[in-house]
Design a protein around this ligand. Structure first.
Ligand code: ADP
Ligand code: MN
Length: 240
């Protein structure tokens, strides 16, 4: 076992199997990742680590855990119906690889349209490498945990982001809420966790969009006291 192998193994803490450890080592050998530090987040479906790139820049390394039956049941509807994944094998580990690839592609699309989200760097098997949003390994706080200077202004900003997502990038996030929006120092919003996102041509796109809008409106109205108006009006205004 090489030095990198053993240090990676330590950081990955027995949570991941041999194949995942090797996939991280592959990214290191390729020079995409130069260091992998501790976890930033330990979710049910993925863990996010702080790492460094070839020039010492901070990276977020999201490693998907291998599929549970629940993941399979819950996630299939976001992949089936997406023309970008037609014919892809969805058995066993393949489903999780497709999921990581899907998040990578969604990020790429979002960034290319100027939607504030982490820049994707690489995807390999169940590992997604992207720009780190935060400072020195500390991620920017989630919208749900922060105090905005001007909630009305942030609400307008978020509506603008949603409008751009839908009308320009033609993508629906499908898991948008105060849990998947980071807030940078200057109150700039950054949308994360793009695995569920679908194109507006997806058969369930409308349902997902209305749900996203309702989540956001509920949070700003109930938690921050913003006079949001009706989520349905905004949905109808977008009229996809
Ligand atoms: P999940 O909700 O599926 O576990 P997320 O993509 O929402 O995965 O990431 C989980 C957490 O990891 C986020 O709440 C955030 O704290 C952190 N995180 C995710 N992506 C980044 C990133 N690019 N930069 C900094 N922190 C991140
Ligand atoms: Mn999330």
């Amino acid at each position: 076992m090489s030095f990198k192998d053993s240090s990676v193994r330590e950081v990955l803490e027995d949570v991941f199997d041999q194949k995942t450890v090797l996939a991280v080592v592959y990214l290191m050998n390729k020079g995409i990742l130069s260091k992998l530090y501790g976890t930033v987040s330990t979710g049910k479906e993925a863990r996010v680590y702080w790492g460094k790139g070839r020039n010492g820049e901070d990276l977020a390394v999201k490693i998907y855990l291998i599929v549970t039956a629940e993941f399979r049941r819950g996630r299939l509807k976001y992949i089936v119906g997406d023309p970008r994944f037609q014919g892809a094998s969805l058995r066993g580990r393949e489903l999780i690889y497709q999921w990581a690839r899907k998040e990578y592609r969604n990020l790429k699309r979002a960034v290319s349209f100027g939607i504030p989200s982490p820049k994707p760097i690489a995807v390999h098997e169940n590992i997604l490498v992207m720009e780190f949003i935060g400072e020195d390994g500390v991620p920017a706080p989630l919208l749900k945990d922060t105090t905005l200077r001007d909630p009305e202004k942030s609400f307008r900003e978020l509506k603008g982001i949603i409008e751009k997502m839908v009308l320009e990038a033609e993508i629906i996030h499908a898991d948008l809420s105060e849990y998947n929006i980071l807030v940078k120092e200057n109150d700039e919003l950054v949308i994360i966790d793009w695995g569920s996102a679908v194109l507006t041509s997806h058969p369930n796109a409308r349902e997902f969009l209305l749900n996203d809008i309702r989540n956001v409106y509920r949070f700003f109205r109930e938690e921050l006291g913003v006079e949001t108006g009706s989520p349905e009006d905004f949905y109808n205004y977008l009229a996809i």
